[in-house]
Design a protein around this ligand. Structure first.
Ligand SMILES: Cc1cc2nc3c(=O)[nH]c(=O)nc-3n(C[C@H](O)[C@H](O)[C@H](O)COP(=O)(O)O)c2cc1C
Length: 235
């Protein structure tokens, strides 16, 4: 008899070109640590290490070779990983209020999972998917400004994703900042642990995954940034 594996698969994609030197990766690793403690099987990629072209819009994956893309690059390996994953954790720095184009290219290529027909669901027209289920989505985003409004566009684009949002993420590079954000990092670990265990997060836990700075803290962040910027500027 074929044994059905119950191991939860977590696919992690980091859309930052700074890879492990950046701030987004710190959040991803915290989530991974939590998920591993619940026994998750983790596959992680830095998108900039992969060769992924954007979608060509040829619609061959609908009409000529259904479900197959005409392009052959690292998406050949990644698409089956997406199908197998129970949870997909996307990490991105905010670039121009959006996800990075590295991540966007990858997401465009999941078009191959859609069927051509249109149907109405919850009052909106959609394409049904060819795959049995899309993984549960978690979106971890970081940005440089201290205001969470910088995440508005990505939150609107991925309303189905659990948001993990850190503004002024550069604070993670400083001892004081790390101390200030230790509760947030711990909350991310707990989220990874719970989600990998198939548990739901309480509203309180979800709130802890979105960092909101007070006006006073925002002023301090600006001051700190401007001082740093002055020290780095060519004299
Ligand atoms: C090209 C570019 C565009 C950016 N656009 C924004 C932006 O619209 N809003 C913002 O708050 N931060 C912006 N940032 C700052 C990054 O979001 C921030 O530094 C992020 O934490 C970097 O993540 P990483 O360390 O994982 O690479 C931008 C940075 C770059 C390089």
């Amino acid at each position: 008899m074929r044994r059905v594996s119950k191991v939860m698969k977590l696919l992690v994609i980091n859309g930052s070109p700074r890879k492990s030197n950046g701030t987004t990766d710190i959040i991803l690793d915290a989530f991974i640590e939590g998920a591993r403690s619940s026994g998750a099987d983790v596959e992680k990629h830095h998108v900039v290490d992969l060769k992924i072209n954007g979608c060509r819009g040829c619609f061959n994956c609908w009409w000529v070779t259904p479900g197959k893309c005409v392009q052959h690059d690292d998406m050949d390996k990644l698409l089956p990983s997406i199908v197998e994953a129970n949870v997909m954790l996307l990490g991105t720095p905010i670039y121009g209020r959006n996800v990075t184009h590295y991540l966007q290219k990858l997401l465009e290529r999941t078009f191959v999972f859609t069927l051509p027909e249109m149907l109405t669901r919850n009052g909106e027209t959609q394409h049904p998917t060819r795959i049995r289920r899309f993984p549960r989505l978690v979106l971890a985003a970081t940005c440089g400004f201290p205001d969470t409004s910088n995440f508005d566009i990505v939150r609107a684009l991925y309303p189905m994703a659990l948001p993990i949002l850190l503004p002024a993420a550069q604070l993670l590079f400083y001892e004081e900042g790390k101390k200030h954000l230790s509760g947030f990092i711990q909350a991310v670990k707990v989220a990874g642990q719970k989600i990998a265990a198939g548990e739901e997060l309480t509203d309180e836990m979800k709130d802890q995954l979105i960092v909101e700075f007070s006006d006073e803290m925002k002023r301090e962040i600006l001051e700190m940034h401007n001082k740093y910027s002055e020290s780095r500027s060519p004299k």
